[in-house]
Design a protein around this ligand. Sequence first.
Ligand code: F6R
Length: 603
Amino acid sequence: MCGIIGYVGNRNAPDVIIQGLRYLEYRGYDSSGIAVWSGEKFDLVKTKGRIADLEKELLKTPVSGHLAIGHTRWATHGCPADRNAHPFVSYNSRFAVVHNGIIENYLEIKDELQKKGVVFTSETDSEVIAHLLESLDHGDVKRAVLDATARLKGAYAIGIICADDPDVLYAVRKDNPLVVGVTESDGFICSDINSIQKFLTEVVVLENGQVAKVERGRVELFDFDGNDVEAKFIALGSLEESDRKDFECYMDKEIKEIPTALANAIATYRNGAFNRIDKKYLRRIRRINVVACGTALHAGLYGERMIKKYLKKIDVTSEAASEFRYGDPKVDDRTLTITVSQSGETADTLVCQNMVRNLGGKTLTICNVETSSMVRSSDYALFTSAGPEVAVASTKAYNCQCLVFLLFVLDLARLRGEIDEFAYKNLQADIDALPEIAARTLKVAPQVARFANKNYTRKSVFYIGRGLDYCTAMEGSLKLKEISYIHCEAYPAGELKHGTLALIEEGVLVIALVTQKELVTKSASGLEEVKSRGANVLAITPFYDRPAIAAVSDYRIKLPDVNEDLYPIISVIPTQLLAYYIARAKGCDIDKPRNLAKSVTVE
Ligand code: F6R
């Protein structure tokens, strides 16, 4: 949430900042802005809206210089508006600041500063940082940064430039991601390596509680007490970039990439990713907590069911990270907490990961970003290998999260002697076929598009499913509401009759996932109940021709045959396509849905 970037060097700083902000836009797109040191003052250009809007403003008000910071905002405190856009410049115009995170004690600091006569121009928490720095500066900028940091409570990544130090960028990290890098003639700070990687061969990923002073060719790191810390550079060689190419949007591209992503995940596993995990410990595990948010949580719920099925001697729970933290979780040295995350930066999940480690438990993260905070602070990591995911709505990462979770469960079951070799090998063979089956499933796209074009005006949609299908129902429902803004709920198919059935009436669309053989008859009766109350039913199922399903569905999307345990990885594809085509028919901004951001770095 919110992207920050800073540049000092021989290039024209605004050009570097704008290029970087385009990459960072996934982190929030409520407003954006740039502050450039002109040699005499900070030139400030900021506006509500997208980076494209900022670029238009810059055409009207060109700025140039060798030192600049930029920001793209996901609003927390204060509505999306010009006045709440970053950067903020301090009352005597000597500091300019960009911030990602939340300053929890900002009202207290604001009150103190206001009593001293400081006038605030925004409703944000972030503006206090600029004024606080100015009020604490007595001629030593580094000291002012450290003193300000000592006052701030909350989670933050901050970029700071100062008129008195016009060849230096300062960066502070507490709980939100921050990366710095240099060449002989450049210095960079940013929230995400992708925004600067093309200029660099190596970067330093700041740890929590670190301050960086960045100049051309030089990085100095300090802890919050001002003590020197060694800067550890990591090579950037293998980072991938994502180019939208001829696809209509990133979501379209990323759905079409599912077969390749699954193939990559299978190949990564083959190359022995699991071998890095301590086998002795894996044999001792008694409990697994699965913790994640949103789409990643749905993958975690699938993982939980697989653990229940294949690891009978392990107790398992799964919970939204934002709740897990406050639920007095059971953690001991035989508890493994598995976090699932595309970005590896989600604050709620990251906090849980750190919390269980403090309680003496071990952590494994199933994550898509190898350089992320979650990977770096977890005991073990399994990479989903889905490749960069740019659209805010997660698609291919979800398929890979489910797959990698399953691979882990099967390997663990094998290691602990809980699955026989024959069953294990059979499942592996079925897994090997997944990329091809996913490719076949994608062929339903034209049919789904036609359905979407006829149904995009629906006001109320329900996704239902039993057993494993309920996980997919939740994911399908989240995707639809997230990008098409249609009110949609996911329900266990058997639960509707316990209250929610009252909402079923003519005009409501019920989408049923029916992939589990044993549950077909029960699912059919559930569908009968909604149909007889006026709902239209779309069934997503391999049991296309079963009279029980045909009789109760108005529309059907046929799934290919696959091992039942693997259906969530495949049956979610039509739901991803449906969300995409409905959002497209409605003219929504598919890759950047309103109110959201790709990386949720606030709790
Ligand atoms: C929905 C979506 C979100 C994320 C959630 C967690 O399409 O992408 O629900 O899944 O914010 O993000 P990560 O996976 O980065 O931890």
